[in-house]
Design a protein around this ligand. Structure first.
Ligand code: ATR
Length: 280
């Protein structure tokens, strides 16, 4: 019986059912995880259904912020970020949290073996992905978070919210076209996080001029997009440490699984399930 599901608009591309059912199966818990296409207009009705019929939900674009006023309790970090990707439903009460930041943190640890505590981050992009993850990295003890975005106002809005919650944190903003500032930041940044939606389509350009990258920079480069982007290709050519978004998806799913079941997530089973999952 389906007790968990991922919802989004669109949703057919989601590999979460394959990944989560691999985890449930590895623990002898059957295949209780489905998917449903839910439009923004349908979200309130879906939440009513979930309250009665489900034990857990994952939310993807465009529901991560819109669900917040519809549920009973929200984790403070997810509330500050304005982003919820995991619902836990018990006795008709719905609790919302976000595992995206955990997913990014653990993807960085798994790929680069460098600590997040004390590290400086430069985000390219200040939309949904940056909101969902930056508060978690700040909470892990990041030294600095720098935000470069095409629309500077959106970077400033996120920066203000980060500063409010983390008064000790250095938070800086720039327009994505301010190449001098980007070059200065890159020389003093541990992790470059590509968090724009550029790269989703095969012919997308890089979000900033790739000439700003050169070997010898202290950067580990993480692209939240799950495919080889021009940024990752260039980073590879320069032998800069780099990774794409797959592990972030796997670890955010692993954390959701652990919250729902109270069991350690079988990461390798989830990775296999993720890789074998056919978007439909
Ligand atoms: P999502 O919820 O899918 O993350 P979003 O919140 O609109 O979508 O965020 C998309 C991010 O990619 C934003 O940082 C966006 O920049 P703007 O805030 O200026 O819109 C960035 N982005 C999208 N297309 C871009 C482009 N062609 N060049 C630079 N940045 C782009």
């Amino acid at each position: 019986m389906i007790k968990y599901m991922v919802i989004g608009d669109p949703i057919s591309h989601s590999r979460s059912p394959g990944m989560q059912n691999a985890a449930f199966e590895a623990c002898g818990l059957g295949s209780p995880y489905g998917r449903r296409h839910v439009t923004p207009e349908e979200l309130p009705e879906f939440v009513k259904f979930a309250r009665k019929e489900l034990a857990g939900v994952n939310l993807t674009v465009p529901h991560k912020a819109a669900v917040i006023p519809l549920i009973d309790r929200v984790d403070p970090e997810a509330a500050a970020a304005g982003s919820v990707n995991t619902l836990v439903i018990e006795n008709g009460k719905i609790f919302g949290t976000s595992t995206d930041g955990y997913g990014l943190e653990h993807a960085l640890l798994a790929n680069f073996h460098r600590p997040v505590r004390g590290a400086a981050f430069c985000f390219i992009g200040a939309g949904g992905a940056a909101h969902a993850t930056a508060f978690h990295l700040a909470g892990c003890g990041a030294r600095a978070i720098r935000l470069a975005n095409r629309t500077i106002g959106k970077a400033e809005e996120l920066a203000d919210r980060l500063r409010q919650r983390n008064p000790e944190l250095l938070v800086e903003t720039a327009g994505i076209g301010d190449t001098e500032q980007l070059a200065r930041w890159f020389a003093d940044t541990d992790f470059l996080i590509q968090a724009t939606s550029l790269g989703l389509r095969p012919d997308d350009p890089a979000p900033f001029p790739l000439e700003l990258l050169h070997s010898g920079l202290p950067l580990s480069i993480f692209d939240t997009i799950y495919r080889e982007t021009p940024l990752l290709k260039r980073a590879g050519e320069l032998s800069l440490p780099c990774a794409g978004g797959m592990d972030m998806l796997i670890y955010q799913g692993a954390k959701s699984f652990e919250i729902w079941t109270g069991r350690p997530a079988p990461i390798e089973a989830m990775r296999r399930g993720f890789l074998e999952a056919q978007p439909c």
